[in-house]
Write a protein that binds this ligand. Sequence first.
Ligand SMILES: [Ca+2]
Ligand SMILES: [Ca+2]
Length: 95
Amino acid sequence: MSQLETVMGMATAVFDKYAKTEDNTQTLTKAELKTLLEKELPNFLSTGKDKDAINKVFRNLDENGDFQVDFKEFVIFVAALTCCCHKYFEQKAAK
Ligand SMILES: [Ca+2]
Ligand SMILES: [Ca+2]
């Protein structure tokens, strides 16, 4: 697989891993999202100190308002976050 294909596969694997912990296996609850962010994005999002932060992130991600984050909503979030971090990754790659 190419690098990009690997990234796509890994994004899917990460989502599945946390989505299947509780409730609907196809979607993330707020608790599942919180664990995912803490474990997988510790450098980008610190939700630990601000108790309301996870609520804000969850509300922003849950575009259709069903109190679950589905794969599409997750991918949009990852894409948006990657855009925000574009410069950061460029600098890292240049080193
Ligand atoms: Ca779930
Ligand atoms: Ca949703």
